[in-house]
Design a protein around this ligand. Structure first.
Ligand SMILES: Nc1ncnc2c1ncn2[C@@H]1O[C@H](COP(=O)(O)OP(=O)(O)OP(=O)(O)O)[C@@H](O)[C@H]1O
Ligand SMILES: NC(=O)c1ccc[n+]([C@@H]2O[C@H](COP(=O)(O)O)[C@@H](O)[C@H]2O)c1
Length: 168
């Protein structure tokens, strides 16, 4: 049984993340997805709660032909302890999939196999670019799975982001 670990803030979950997870699903038996910085919400860089991000992921991956677990993970103050903290919250995994240099370094130092999946249309598909579009009132819906559009509408996410930023 091979299990892969994929972690992100998913603010919001977008088609780049979905494309990577669809690839990982072909390589492993099960996927553990960590919703990072779970304690953060209601800020311009991190507008959505961990629970809202769990909804986005779970609904978007409903048809994935690979079992997966979505686990919120709060940050800790010491990077040197983060891998142990992650492991204490997740089912065991063999391989980490990430392009985040700090995540890659911390897991490599802990002796875990780390792979960097290719980026999918990174210029447009980043949380930062999508939040910018929401703030500017530009179309963003085509950059995320349909289920994420539904969740963000349901929670009035764009209005929340615009109010937090003082731009409504
Ligand atoms: N377009 C993309 N294609 C493939 N992987 C991506 C893409 N965008 C982000 N990732 C990867 O997904 C993981 C989680 O990233 P994260 O949730 O921070 O998304 P992000 O789009 O980089 O967000 P932000 O711009 O808010 O920092 C990281 O390993 C990141 O490199
Ligand atoms: N010390 C820590 O708590 C620590 C260290 C490395 C990564 N992380 C988290 O892992 C996640 C990595 O995701 P991104 O690749 O989306 O940045 C983030 O939520 C980040 O805060 C936390």
């Amino acid at each position: 049984m091979s299990r892969g670990f994929y972690v992100g803030r998913f603010q919001p979950y977008h088609n780049g993340h979905q494309s990577v997870l669809e690839q990982i699903a072909r390589w492993v038996d099960e996927i553990v997805i960590g919703v990072g910085s779970a304690q953060l919400s209601h800020t311009v860089a991190n507008p959505f709660t961990a629970g809202e991000r769990v909804l986005m992921l779970t609904r978007s991956l409903a048809d994935l032909e690979c079992p997966f677990y979505v686990i919120p993970i709060e940050d800790v103050q010491r990077n040197a302890l983060w891998v142990a903290h992650v492991r204490s919250m997740t089912p065991p995994f063999d391989t980490v999939y990430s392009s985040n240099p700090l995540v890659m370094q911390l897991f490599a130092e802990a002796g875990v196999d780390v792979q960097s999946p290719d980026m999918y249309e990174r210029l447009t598909h980043s949380g930062t670019a999508i939040r910018r579009r929401m703030l500017d009132g530009e179309p963003w819906e085509h950059l995320v799975p349909p289920a994420v559009v539904d969740v963000i509408r349901e929670i009035h996410g764009v209005e929340r982001l615009q109010r937090i930023a003082g731009s409504d």
